[in-house]
Every structure is written in structure tokens, then in C-alpha cells.
Design a protein around this ligand. Structure first.
Ligand code: LMR
Length: 398
């Protein structure tokens, strides 16, 4: 049966992890996979997480199943964190949240829900987008189309072209939007642009599917949820895929959630019943540990305060590395060509160089980034920034 199966190429992001580990150079710089790193290059366990885990170990009395929807208290806390306590969707009882195995699980759950509701609808995906969006959504059998979003060569958002493309969509089509910290470009919509997107979605009767994987990594916990809160408050239907990999540093624990918003409580109930049935048919139930950690932190005032402080430190470090890399490149190149890095948001920016030069950076300078030139800015440190800037300029001006 399997003798004709050919090996597939490695995942373009995850494949870099093994290559980086195998590189013995003392100079190597990891700007590949999207994980936060501190100044020493480590991805630490947050102190609030350590405390929550210690409490779970003390208090947990059973490992029995929870439920296909995961923890009820986690789901309620996630809704408030994402939408805000006073949000009209919560007041109107129009949202249902299901815990998922990471943000990827939430995206796939959402894709399967769309397929169950309207298998013919097209999902519009930004160009560029995170590499795993296409298999996660397309793998559910949905048709995907790309809308223009960002020009890596000029470092500009293609907002007008995006709006023109979305204007041509059919009613009922779904628009996948990065809620904040666009992956891979770091170029986010401004509040007025979110407002224009809202008007278009209303006029064309399109449904937003918001991917919120970096809440708190851009401008702050609430500012990063601006688009989610605006769209879900004004439109009858929306989906929000949430990840806690980055903002709680819980990557390997696979903690996420899908928030489904329906036109009224009965529609929301129907959406939830499908989400539970889909979850049951794919993975049955989400893993519990990470969700117990998040729920423990969000439900305790002191722990929540500690988390906000640690989240602020992570965000502050990324912002300061953006400034440092842009300044170092400016100083070493004598040009403002890379100043865009300091104005973008979240973990990623696209360097805007062709794939062969990205490969040369890796092979000749041991600098690892995704083939499209995506850099994880959290991999920059005051120690490696000089070498990194010199390596980038060396491949550009051989
Ligand atoms: C990334 O974009 O690098 C992360 O979200 C990790 C992944 O799963 O791709």
C-alpha cells in the first residue's frame, strides 16, 4: 500500500529548527520558527506559568476526561480576554467558545465548521500569509483564494488592492484576517482601515475569520484585539481562532480556542453543536494541562497581574530589538532602507530579499530565516545584532 508514497519536503518553518540545531557555528543566529526568545536566546517558562503549574500539581485529584469543549471556565475567560467584558456579543449571548489543541486546532475546527455550513464558500487568504494557513484551511476541503496584502519589496501594505479584491467576493465568502502582528509581514491594519474593512464586509455580506495568535505582542492586550472586537460587535457572524502559544509561552502544551459568533443565541448553539461533533471526530478532546494553566492565571488577580507584566516585558523586548536592528542596519548601510522594521508589529518582518539570498545568509553566514525572508525579531539580541546586520549587508552587496 505505501510503497508508492514519495517523501514530502520538510515544512518550511519547522524544518529550520533541525537545521539550526545541527549547525555547529558559534556565530549562528536563529530568526526562524516563531517563538519568543530572551536576551540570552532562551524561550523561558513564564513565572506565572510556573506558579500555576505548581498549584495544579498540588490540587489536581483526577486525570479523568474533561469534555469535547474543554474546560468551561477556560472558555469563559478566553471570551472575556479576547472580546472584553462589556462586549455586546457576550451581553447578547451570541458566542460559543470551544477549547482547541492550539491555534492550529482552532483554525482547522473553524474550517470544518465553514465546510459543514457552506461547503461551497471560498476562503480569502492574505498574500502573503503564514505558511500553515493554506494546509489547515485547504485541508478541510475549502476553496482558497488570495487577496493582495503586502509588498515585501517596497515594505508597503497593499490596502487599496486588498479592498478591490474583497469587493469582488461573493456574499457568504469568508475572509481570513490576521487580528494583529501579521505573520509574516508585521504590517497591521490601522483602526481606520479596520473600519473600512468592516463596511466592506457588511456591504458584501462576507464573514470574517480572525486569527488572533499574538494578542499582547503588538501594541497591547486590548489594542491588539481592536479589529476582533470591532468586527464581531458589528457583524452578525464571525469566527475567531485564538492561540496561547506565544502570549503565555505555552507552545508545546497546545492551548487555543475557537470563538464562534452567530446571529442569535440559537444560531450560536447550533454552531457549537457542530464544533463539538467536529472535535469529537478529529481529536475527541483537547489536551487539558495548558488550558488549566491559562484558566488558573486569568482567574486570579495576582497571577493575572504577573502575566500582564511578563507579557509587557516580552512585547517590550521585541519592540526594542526592532529599533536596535533598524538602527544598526541604518548605521552600517548609511541608508534608511530597513527603517520599516522598527514601525512594524509583533514577532515578524519580511526582510524583502529573494530566496537565493536567504539561502546564502544561511549557508555562508549561519543566519536562519524562513525562505520568504521572514525574520523572527525575537531572535535578535544586543550581542548578535552587529553580526546579523553585517551578514545581511554582505549578501546584498557581495
Ligand atoms: C511560526 O509561525 O513560526 C509559528 O507559528 C510556528 C509554526 O507552527 O509555524
Amino acid at each position: 500500500m505505501f510503497q508508492d508514497l514519495n517523501a514530502l519536503p520538510e515544512d518550511s518553518i519547522l524544518g529550520l529548527m533541525g537545521k539550526f540545531r545541527a549547525d555547529l557555528s558559534r556565530d549562528k543566529v536563529d530568526l526562524g520558527v516563531g517563538v519568543f526568545r530572551d536576551e540570552a536566546g532562551n524561550t523561558p517558562v513564564l513565572e506565572c506559568v510556573r506558579r500555576a503549574e505548581a498549584q495544579i500539581l498540588r490540587d489536581q485529584t483526577t486525570k479523568s476526561y474533561v469534555a469535547p469543549a474543554g474546560r468551561a471556565e477556560f472558555n469563559a475567560l478566553v471570551q472575556s480576554l479576547v472580546l472584553g467584558d462589556q462586549h455586546p456579543v457576550i451581553a447578547g449571548n451570541r458566542s460559543r467558545t470551544v477549547q482547541s489543541p492550539g491555534g492550529c486546532g482552532a483554525l482547522r475546527l473553524g474550517a470544518e465548521l465553514i465546510k459543514a455550513a457552506a461547503a461551497q464558500s471560498v476562503v480569502q487568504v492574505s498574500d502573503p500569509t503564514w505558511g500553515n494557513h493554506l494546509p489547515l484551511l485547504g485541508g478541510a476541503g475549502l476553496k482558497l483564494q488570495r487577496y493582495p496584502y503586502y509588498d515585501a519589496a517596497t515594505h508597503q501594505l497593499k490596502f487599496d488592492a486588498m479592498m478591490e479584491a474583497l469587493e469582488r467576493c461573493n456574499p457568504g465568502d469568508v475572509v481570513l484576517l490576521h487580528a494583529c502582528c501579521h505573520n509574516p509581514s508585521g504590517a497591521d491594519l490601522s483602526p481606520p482601515q479596520w473600519g473600512a474593512v468592516l463596511s466592506l464586509l457588511q456591504r458584501r455580506r462576507l464573514v470574517p475569520f480572525l486569527d488572533l495568535a499574538y494578542q499582547g505582542f503588538g501594541e497591547g492586550r486590548d489594542a491588539d484585539a481592536y479589529g476582533v472586537r470591532l468586527l464581531s460587535g458589528e457583524l452578525p457572524e464571525a469566527l475567531v481562532a485564538v492561540s496561547f502559544s506565544k502570549n503565555f509561552g505555552l507552545y508545546r502544551e497546545r492551548v487555543g480556542a475557537l470563538i464562534a459568533i452567530g446571529g442569535d443565541p440559537a444560531k450560536a448553539d447550533a454552531m457549537q453543536s457542530h464544533m463539538l461533533q467536529i472535535a469529537r471526530s478529529i481529536y475527541s478532546m483537547p489536551p487539558d494541562h495548558g488550558a488549566a494553566v491559562v484558566a488558573g492565571i486569568l482567574s486570579d488577580a495576582a497571577q493575572r497581574q504577573l502575566w500582564e507584566a511578563e507579557l509587557g516585558q516580552m512585547r517590550g523586548r521585541i519592540q526594542s530589538m526592532r529599533r536596535l536592528l533598524a538602527a544598526t542596519l541604518r548605521q552600517k548601510s548609511g541608508s534608511g532602507r530597513f527603517d520599516f522594521i522598527q514601525t512594524q508589529h509583533g514577532m515578524f518582518s519580511l526582510l524583502g530579499i529573494p530566496a537565493p539570498l536567504v539561502l546564502r545568509l544561511r549557508e555562508q553566514h549561519h543566519v536562519y530565516m524562513v525562505p520568504d525572508g521572514r525574520m523572527n525579531i525575537a531572535g535578535v539580541t544586543p550581542q548578535n545584532v552587529g553580526y546579523l546586520a553585517e551578514s545581511i549587508l554582505a549578501v546584498l552587496n557581495p
